[in-house]
Design a protein around this ligand. Structure first.
Ligand SMILES: Cc1cc2nc3c(=O)[nH]c(=O)nc-3n(C[C@H](O)[C@H](O)[C@H](O)COP(=O)(O)OP(=O)(O)OC[C@H]3O[C@@H](n4cnc5c(N)ncnc54)[C@H](O)[C@@H]3O)c2cc1C
Length: 407
């Protein structure tokens, strides 16, 4: 008897699930609401597709129960993923922090090889197929927006979360899973730029530097990351900010105090920098402090920083007190900001929260509430750090569901 599987959503997880199920002998159809599959995949990794990470650890995953991800990540681990993709045509290039990209450095090549595989295996792909309702009698009955209906034995839901809604994953999948009695852990944008309090941001918007971002709650360090940081007109952006954003927003949602600390200069401690500033100012005693910082930090930061510590930009540096030099070295190594929110779903790279993983079998991705229903990818309450971990979750969870649904 043939096993008819329908995959709803042709993103990373859905395509992987379909390919594996078909290879395993099932009759597979993908229903994708857009006029093509993999729209979001094209935007990943700044168009370069950071498709996995060789330093993967369960600690890179978040949610109510991150360990839920363990089995799927073992069913298709990082090296098996790289091998699978290499056999489909993607030569891996390993960059900083273990990030893996296609050697072509084009997301479109990852999508091309997946589309080729879908076609070559004879998977039925129906685009512009927006699923609005799923019922289950003995079989699943799937209804599209245009009222067309499809029937299958097993259903794999891979509709994504809510990040980047223009890609097609706009949160509508939660309505479908809820109709089966599943509960949703509150969602919020993850890997997202932060809005900061203050009126200096228009003035410094566009200033980029290599720095360190640290997140504190009542002086306890929660998380830190380093790399390119960018001030924007609403606050702050850049990879380290995205990396710490989930923790920041989670604390804020729990009404716990949280504060952002930025090191513009991170090669020296505050005391070393104070010594260095003393030495530096001895070279140029007659210069005004506004001029004496040129060449040390981005010029556009000088006035706002001096205003922050209440230092007259026209003061000659030989007249600076010890306390003033200390305040300067303090703000350059540890500039504190209040976080007031984040950018929205349109800017977020992932969804934190999603389908409650207590209701899904971690070994198979099958729903514990509805036999034959599989839930994968970002739709579940699992999200990863920045660096290839979210796509790896999509591949591994999709692989697992494809494998078990077709058995
Ligand atoms: C800008 C950006 C950059 C990113 N870069 C990276 C990166 O470099 N590395 C990394 O690991 N992760 C990255 N991510 C995260 C990663 O892309 C996602 O976590 C991953 O694509 C999720 O896969 P998915 O298959 O679960 O969902 P999606 O890729 O969102 O796919 C869901 C699919 O379902 C379709 N769909 C939704 N509802 C329906 C419906 N009702 N009927 C039919 N079809 C439907 C959608 O159109 C979509 O095609 C990035 C995300 C963004 C937004």
């Amino acid at each position: 008897m043939s096993n008819k599987i329908i995959v709803v959503g042709g993103g990373a997880a859905g395509m992987m699930a379909a390919i594996i199920a078909k290879k395993n002998g099932a009759d597979v159809t993908i229903l994708e609401r857009n006029n093509r599959v993999g729209k979001k995949l094209l935007a990943t990794g700044n168009g370069r597709c950071n498709y996995t990470n060789i330093n993967l650890d369960i600690e890179n995953y978040h949610g109510k129960n991150p360990r839920f991800a363990y089995s799927a990540l073992a069913n298709l681990d990082v090296y098996q993923t790289m091998d699978l993709f290499e056999k489909m045509g993607i030569t891996p290039a390993i960059e900083d922090n273990g990030k893996v990209f296609p050697l072509s450095f084009q997301s479109s090549s990852v999508l091309d090889i997946l589309r080729y595989e879908i076609e070559d295996l004879g998977i039925e792909l129906i685009t512009e197929a927006y699923v609005v309702k799923v019922d289950k009698k003995k079989d699943f009955i799937i209804t599209l927006k245009d009222n067309k209906r499809y029937i299958c034995d097993k259903l794999i839901l891979a509709t994504g979360g809510k990040a980047m809604p223009i890609s097609g994953s706009d949160g509508n999948g939660y309505t479908i899973v809820k109709s089966f009695g599943h509960s949703i852990i509150d969602i919020f944008p993850g890997l997202v730029q932060l809005n900061l309090e203050g009126n200096i941001f228009k003035q410094i918007s566009g200033v980029k530097f290599s720095g360190v971002a640290r997140l504190y709650s009542m002086d306890k360090l929660l998380i830190q990351d380093s790399g390119d940081i960018l001030f924007t007109n609403y606050g702050i952006s850049g990879p380290p900010i995205l990396q710490i954003s989930r923790t920041a927003l989670e604390y804020m949602r729990n009404k716990s105090p949280v504060e952002l600390d930025i090191s513009i200069i991170h090669s020296k401690s505050q005391y070393e920098l104070a010594d260095y500033l003393n030495k530096r100012f001895n070279y140029m005693p007659k210069k005004h402090i506004g001029e004496a910082l040129i060449g040390l930090i981005n010029k556009r930061l000088i006035n706002p920083i001096l205003q922050e510590i209440d230092l007259d930009r026209n003061k000659e540096v030989h007249k600076l007190s010890k306390k003033e030099i200390y305040a300067l070295s303090n703000i350059l190594t540890s500039w504190r900001f209040n976080i007031v929110g984040s950018q929205g779903w349109g800017q977020a790279q992932v969804t934190a929260g999603g389908v409650n993983t207590d209701e899904v079998d971690p070994q198979t991705m099958e729903s514990k509430l509805v036999e034959g229903l599989y839930i994968v990818g970002e739709l579940l309450d699992i999200d990863g750090d920045c660096g290839g971990f979210n796509l790896q979750w999509a591949w591994s969870s999709g692989y697992t569901a494809g494998m078990y649904a077709s058995n």
